[in-house]
Design a binder for this molecule. Sequence first.
Ligand code: IPE
Ligand code: IPE
Ligand code: MG
Length: 251
Amino acid sequence: MSRKSYTDLDPERIPRHIAVIMDGNGRWASRKGLPRLEGHRRGYKALKNFVINAADFGVKAITAYAFSSENWKRPPEEVKGLMKLIRFAAKAELNYMKKKGVRIITSGRFHELPKELQDQFNQDFDETKNNERIILNIAVNYGGRNEIVDASKKIAEMIAEGKAKADNIDEKLLSSLMYHPELPDPDLLIRTAGEMRVSNFLLWETAYSELFVTETLWPDFSKDDLYEAIKSFQGRTRKFGKVVEESGKQK
Ligand code: IPE
Ligand code: IPE
Ligand code: MG
């Protein structure tokens, strides 16, 4: 339980979409002498709290990096354990998410996921599709480069079918072919566990996201940490390449 009241946040400047690289589960576990999978289990609980806390602050969408296209290179037992855990969580939390107004969607190469996980997610998508409080986009088997490759393939098909011309390819068209064009680009990208890299996450969408890196390991990430991240975000001057005074006023 936190002692803070969080009243000094500006309700007009709450990030609409937060992307989060939930890193440090393994370190959290090994520092406690526990198996890595226990860290992932605690990480899933942290995500559950994160979504509800974000909704309380007025955030409208979360994209959470749960499993990258490179994470298949981990030891088979960890990969198997993670797939099982993601499926367990997608089933165990469905009713809770329904009740809390959370809409569940995913980003990534869905058809490469184990069949049972696809089935569970399909049920989640279907049963939460009318929820409007917050979107939880789970990035699983997600790679930023894959997403751009997949969009490029769609463009190639459109050209082959005569539906697009090379001359007409622009950022708007590419954006519309990403996995979830209906989501606004993330305003804020949070990475836990201190690493200063993007690890193939949302390469297209984070072009102008504000970055917040914390040493806190993901299983320990609390409502206070989320408050700190939003507070820091609200102190930034977003420029988008323009000349902008520190007050945020455009020249
Ligand atoms: C992030 O935690 C979760 C996944 C990548 C699935 P890690 O497992 O990467 O934790 P560290 O980086 O080893 O501490
Ligand atoms: C990024 O974390 C992927 C997820 C959080 C799911 P990693 O732990 O896989 O990233 P690297 O290997 O440290 O770059
Ligand atoms: Mg890691």
